[in-house]
Design a protein around this ligand. Structure first.
Ligand code: ZN
Length: 272
């Protein structure tokens, strides 16, 4: 399995770095899907309903002025979560790419789920990226620290390094945070742009390629399913119309591609 995928976006040097993968059962990933259609589509894709593996595609963006990591994978939580045993490989893969934790000066976390925050600190609670500012939507943080203890304890490990975003804002030149709520209350996506080139890092706006074909299918753990559907439809429509390069955290590695109009609705076209 490939672990590193370098590419250029304008003058930015980007690299998808894998954290491995985790699985979710179909009834969680597509909680409201009609049984017969779901069964058919799973068999078309050769997927087993009890274990649908999804990659964890973190992204490094080197803008020359900043070295940015977006989402941190499962980290040591991979060992604590039954469906995450194949995750937690980000640091190893960063090292293979020649990137040291001290090199990263900006960490952007799109939402509080464990596959995105697990790698913010190690199992002793030491921030993984000692020189970095960690960016979080304020609304997401406030919601998350009220959730269960493991999440709260994890987040508090970076409280001395965290900077909050109150609203859509340019975090550093060329990377802008945009609210994409529904999956979680303060779920954010990012527009990354350099020299006329743009890509959207949509994180968990989709959890699987079938959400492109069926944007109304919701994940059982989505905070506000109706809002999640609205967000999903708006962003997918925008990416089809404007032919924007998309990075989706759980799409097949490297998670980069385009959403295109197919004969029967929208489909995914990977860059691979
Ligand atoms: Zn996720």
């Amino acid at each position: 399995m490939k672990k590193i995928y370098p590419f250029k976006l304008g003058k930015f040097e980007c690299m998808v770095v894998s954290d491995g993968e985790a699985f979710v059962p179909a009834n969680m990933l597509f909680a409201n899907a009609p049984g017969d259609i779901l069964k058919q589509r799973l068999s078309d894709y050769n997927l087993k309903p009890e274990k649908i593996f999804g990659p964890l595609n973190c992204l490094v963006v080197n803008t020359r002025d900043h070295s940015v990591l977006i989402d941190t994978g499962l980290g040591h939580l991979a060992k604590l979560i039954p469906n995450g045993k194949k995750g937690g490989k980000l640091l190893r893969n960063l090292k293979a790419a020649g990137i040291k934790p001290e090199d990263i000066d900006t960490v952007i976390v799109t939402h509080y789920h464990s596959d995105h925050i697990g790698g913010i600190s190690d199992k002793k609670g030491k921030p993984t990226f000692p020189g970095a500012k960690y960016f979080f939507m304020r609304s997401e943080w406030d919601f998350a620290v009220d959730q269960h203890e493991m999440i709260k304890a994890k987040l508090l490990t970076i409280q001395d390094q965290v900077e909050f975003l109150e609203e859509d804002a340019e975090i550093i030149p060329g990377i802008k945070a945009m609210a994409a709520p529904g999956h979680t209350p303060g779920h954010m996506m990012l527009s990354i742009y350099s020299e006329e080139k743009e890509m959207l890092y949509i994180s968990d706006v989709i959890g699987h390629t079938l959400h492109i074909e069926f944007p109304d299918w919701c994940m059982s753990h989505e905070y506000d399913p109706k809002q999640a559907i609205r967000t999903r439809r708006t962003i997918l429509e925008k990416s089809v119309k404007e032919k924007i390069l998309i990075h989706a955290f759980h799409q097949d590695f490297p998670g980069l591609g385009y959403v295109v109009q197919g004969e029967n609705g929208w489909t995914w076209q990977s860059v691979e």
